[in-house]
Ligand binder design. Structure first.
Ligand code: ADP
Length: 629
């Protein structure tokens, strides 16, 4: 047993050294004949490393249980070391597991931190202040707001409430809490609200209602609270909420229920308005162009119970607005702003401000000192027709467009009640407009908003002028799609005449309602056809009939004035732009020279602009124009 002492346990790694490998039999043989000098055995790896005479080493595969090897080594007196690699493996395993645990812990901590940050941010939303603009030194006053006198007068009262509340409270009058400014965009609602604050000399808070609405439910409500808290601190003040319909829409009007966040915000707004003590000095002004979609709770007495209409300005209003904006700009003395007010029906205050601004830019570009008529005209065309494009080169296409535009212009001049021609031009505009004809709409119609049946019929005939000219001059096969927008306009007018105004043989029945945008959900779900299939067919036929009649009349008038049309077209191609006065002079001269075959008395209102839209892809017909009958 003395040789047992040769057996030691340690743990270096075993790998096959270079040289001839030894078999198990060879190993036993080497032990027996004394060639082996030292043995290192790893039962776990089932390997023995043997050091032979001369120092050569070899690794031999053995069984894990190998008493023979021990006996042989013992008998030969060769030192046998047993290596215990389990310790090492256990250690490695332990280290690996520890590392894994550490990794998992680090990963978890990272994830937790991230979600905590997100949660913090989410909660921060509620705390974050809305972009509330508080101004205490408003310079705008009622003088800067023009053309909306009724609205201004209504709001004078609010100024009085803010300036001298005692005058009202002493006799028991309750100061209104909310005033709703209703009107299309750009009519000066924000300006008016600022002017109220400016006149009263109070703080002005403004916020857009869409800023209340956030992804997280409850944030909007907290912002409303925040807004009212700040406003009460600064009372007396004006709080202006723009686009109130963003939160004030009727609750429960969406398809499949409502919008939680918006409804909560609205509820908060309603609650806060109720929570005002009477006469607290905070007056809410809210703007919208869709009062019909607002929740009725918002409009009840004690909330937004006053409604002020801020409509598009009439001619005098437009002139006044132009004058306001001309105050800060050098305008040439010969510019008559009243004429420009006449030429801009349907323009809002913002449009007019923009018009003068564009004119000022054009003036600066042309290195002039003050704004002249041609600059304003350039600006008007930029605003209404788009930027100028490269002049037309192709003479065939130019001739076709010239005939098309002269068709509109001549009919407008021939028809008695049609709007005055302002100008007809062949100078193209960006967006594929090859040329256009502009009219000055009748003041009576624009101001009163009333239009006669005869005037609408005349409008359709003038609109059909372009297509009719193409037909008369170039023949059926050569007409172009350039008249598509005219045809669309005619169809819309005819349909409205038949289905809404009772201007047809189908009688005074409103077959269709106002085609204004439906209020999603509510109106859509309630929409039902109000007439039978037979009526629908009759309506379509009637509309078709009206459009056909307009085209027939246009063709008839133009063919009877064919020489005049040719002369005007040559003139237009030559000059590229003919003003209304020049055009009428040519027509007059012609009519004096030749006894007019028939002076057709027609009717009036025309579209403000008739233009020929060139196709994005050249249309074969428009390319081939120039010949034909
Ligand atoms: P809204 O709030 O109705 O959309 P804004 O009050 O923001 O319109 O109007 C935009 C700009 O248009 C104003 O800053 C002002 O320059 C001009 N504007 C609009 N209406 C008028 C007006 N009645 N008088 C003078 N300027 C106006």
């Amino acid at each position: 047993m003395a040789n047992q002492s040769h057996i030691t346990i340690f743990a270096p790694a075993l790998s096959q050294p270079a040289g001839e490998p030894l078999s198990y039999g060879g190993l036993v043989e080497a032990i027996r004949n004394g060639e082996a000098q030292e043995l290192l055995w790893d039962p776990d790896l089932r390997k023995v490393r043997v050091t032979l005479l001369g120092g050569r080493q070899s690794v031999v595969d053995v069984f894990p249980e190998n008493p023979v090897l021990i006996q042989e080594a013992d008998a030969a007196g060769i030192p046998l070391t047993i290596q215990d690699s389990r310790q090492q493996q256990a250690l490695t395993g332990l280290m690996g597991n520890l590392l894994l645990v550490v990794l998992i812990l680090v990963g978890l901590a990272f994830l937790l931190r991230r979600s905590a940050k997100a949660a913090n941010r989410a909660l921060g939303f509620g705390r974050s202040k809305p972009r509330l603009r508080a101004e205490n030194d408003i310079k705008v006053c009622f003088e800067d707001v023009a053309g909306i006198n009724e609205a201004k007068n209504e709001l004078q009262e609010v100024v009085a409430f803010l300036k001298q509340p005692d005058r009202f409270t002493s006799i028991g009058a309750r100061i209104p809490r909310g005033v709703l400014l209703v009107g299309p965009p750009g009519t000066g609602k924000t300006l008016l609200a600022r002017a109220v604050a400016g006149e009263a000399g109070v703080h002005f808070f403004s916020i857009s209602a869409s800023e209340f609405v956030e992804l997280f439910v409850g944030v909007g409500a907290s912002r409303v609270r925040n807004l009212f808290r700040q406003a009460k601190e600064k009372a007396p003040c004006i709080v202006f909420i723009d686009e109130i319909d963003a939160v004030g829409r009727q609750r429960g009007a969406g398809i499949g229920g409502g919008n939680d966040e918006r409804e909560q915000t609205l509820n908060q707004l309603l609650t806060e308005m109720d929570g005002f003590e009477d006469n607290s000095g905070v007056i809410l002004l809210a703007a919208t162009n869709r009062p019909d979609v607002l929740d009725t709770a918002l409009l009840r007495p004690g909330r937004f119970d006053r409604r002020v209409l801020v409509d598009l300005p009439d001619r005098h209003g437009r002139e006044a607005i132009l004058n306001v904006h001309a105050r800060t700009r050098p305008i040439s003395p010969e510019v008559d702003l009243a004429t420009w007010a006449r030429r801009t029906p349907g323009f809002s205050g913002a449009d007019l401000a923009n018009l003068l601004n564009e004119a000022a830019i054009l003036t600066a570009r042309s290195q002039k000192q003050c704004i002249q008529d041609n600059h304003i005209m350039g600006a008007l065309e930029r605003v209404t027709m788009g930027l100028p494009a490269a002049p037309l080169q192709d003479s065939g296409k130019k001739r076709l467009i010239a005939y098309h535009e002269v068709g509109h212009a001549l009919l407008a001049t021939l028809l008695d009640r049609a709007d005055d021609l302002d100008k007809v031009t062949l100078l193209p505009r960006s967006g594929g407009v090859g040329g256009f004809t502009r009219f000055i709409p009748d003041e009576m119609v624009v101001d009163s908003g009333l239009v006669t049946r005869a005037r609408l019929q005349a409008q359709m005939v003038v609109s059909m002028g372009g297509r009719a000219a193409e037909l008369v001059v170039f023949g059926k096969q050569e007409i172009t799609q350039g008249a598509s927008s005219d045809i669309e306009a005619v169809t819309t007018t005819a349909r409205e005449m038949v289905t809404r105004y009772g201007f047809s043989s189908l009688g005074p029945v409103a077959w269709e309602g106002d085609q204004a945008e439906v209020f999603i959900g509510r109106d859509w779900l309630q929409q039902r056809p109000t007439y039978s299939k037979d009526t629908a067919k009759a309506l379509d036929e009637e509309v078709q009939q009206l459009a056909k009649q307009a085209l027939a009349k246009a063709c008839d008038l133009l063919s009877r004035h064919r020489p005049l049309m040719d002369q005007l077209t040559d003139e237009l191609i030559e000059q590229e732009t003919i003003t209304g006065d020049q055009f009428r002079a040519i027509v007059d001269r012609y009519q004096r020279q030749t006894a007019p075959p028939d002076h057709h008395v027609g009717t009036g209102q025309t579209t403000a602009v008739n233009c020929l839209k060139a196709s994005p892809r050249p249309h074969p017909a428009s390319e081939g124009a120039g010949g034909g009958g």
